[in-house]
Design a protein around this ligand. Structure first.
Ligand code: ADP
Length: 365
């Protein structure tokens, strides 16, 4: 399938400051691309370059196979859905949706037909005579989408649409957007600084830092095989444990040694670790450390550790212990008997372990 959006070697400077550095991304029709990264990493700038609201400094951008690098926003075949939804409060839902067509001089019969088509797609037929103030948050989101949909765009662009909402509404609207994506089969590009939003919505994630792409992949690829220490730390909550360790090759894989301040080092064995350098950062997700007896099999090894902190979180309990000079978090079952100051035997599962180079931060396995 031909990419619907193709970004090649895009650079963007403001004055002498490089904001975007050699961005390359391609997505297929129906993809939900999420641009994620910390504040100031260049996400909105990249979205604005796609929309044509900001010119690029160099590089090219194709939408639907056409070179749009220097085309004005209105001719790019895109629709932007804004944070506040920007609905006109005094107009009915129907007028809000048809207003853009009216301004563009579309005839009344076509407006009516488009309105009915989109209202049925979004299941808002019964809301057409209401005003925005008489709608729930989710319904307003649908109306804002409806206004974008009547344009039949190749791409929908969203810039942090949920960032102003309280936590509960944010989760509701997130599933609303996901449902819309699934039912419409539309192609979406979505900016957020919230890694959970990125994981739950995306078919494809681009992680940005300092205007440089750190990794592009499916949510599972990014979560299970982060490309470097930045992605490992940024994606996932609680964050991946990143533990300094020493590797000794022993012919059949390697011995991994993790020092502890008040106890003997922990020694683990990993067949997959052959060929690694002597010093590594070992990356373990909290769910890859269980309580002994709850996880077994190849690659799972036990170690007794002193518990420093116990944090109940409803369905899970997080237990913190010191390993390799780091506070390491294990995600245990809610009924764990772990208690601060006491010993607990952990089952450490190395099947999904990540190894990183301490100096470059790059993934080694
Ligand atoms: P994000 O959306 O990831 O928070 P932005 O794309 O808004 O980041 O900004 C990226 C960087 O570009 C920031 O350092 C910001 O200060 C800078 N920046 C954004 N817009 C302008 C502008 N019009 N002029 C100069 N610098 C800008």
């Amino acid at each position: 399938m031909a990419p619907i959006l193709e970004i090649n070697n895009i650079f963007k400077n403001y004055g002498s400051t490089e904001i975007l550095k050699d961005i390359n991304i391609a997505i297929e029709p129906g993809d939900f691309l999420v641009l994620v990264g910390p504040s100031g990493c260049g996400k909105s700038t990249l979205l604005n370059c796609i929309a044509g609201l900001e010119p690029t400094t160099s590089g090219s951008l194709h939408i639907g196979g056409k070179d749009m690098t220097h085309v004005s926003p209105k001719d790019r075949d895109i629709a932007m859905v804004f944070q506040s939804y920007a609905l006109y409060p005094t107009m009915t839902v129907a007028k809000n949706i048809t207003f853009g067509m009216k301004v563009r001089g579309v005839d009344a019969a076509t407006q009516e037909a488009k309105l009915n088509e989109v209202a049925s797609q979004l299941q808002i037929e019964q809301l057409l005579h209401r005003r925005p103030g008489q709608l729930s948050g989710g319904q307003r989101q649908r109306v804002a989408m409806g206004r974008a949909l009547v344009r039949d765009p190749k791409l929908f662009l969203f810039d942090e649409p949920l960032s102003n909402l309280d936590a509960k509404l944010r989760v509701e609207m997130r599933s609303e957007i996901k449902k819309l994506h699934q039912s419409l089969g539309a192609t979406m590009v979505y900016v957020t600084h919230d890694q959970i939003e990125a994981m739950t919505l995306a078919t494809k994630i681009v992680v940005l830092k300092g205007g440089i792409v750190q990794q592009i992949g499916t949510p599972a690829e990014i979560y299970n095989r982060p490309a470097n220490l930045f992605v490992a730390d940024f994606m996932g909550s609680p964050a991946m444990n990143l533990i300094p360790a020493k590797v000794t090759q022993n012919g059949n894989g390697a011995k991994i040694e993790i020092t502890r301040s008040n106890e003997a080092p922990i020694i683990l064995h990993d067949k997959k670790a052959s060929g690694l350098p002597q010093n590594v950062i070992l990356g373990l997700r909290p769910e890859d450390i269980a309580e002994a007896g709850f996880r077994a099999g190849e690659g799972v090894q036990e170690a007794s550790c002193q518990v420093d902190m116990v944090e109940p979180a409803g369905a899970d309990t997080y237990v913190v212990s010191e390993l390799g000079g780091k506070q390491v978090t294990a995600r245990l079952h809610a009924e764990t008997s772990a208690a601060p100051g006491e010993k607990l035997t952990f089952a450490i599962d190395l099947n999904k372990v990540s190894y990183f180079a301490p100096d470059t931060g790059e993934r080694l396995n």
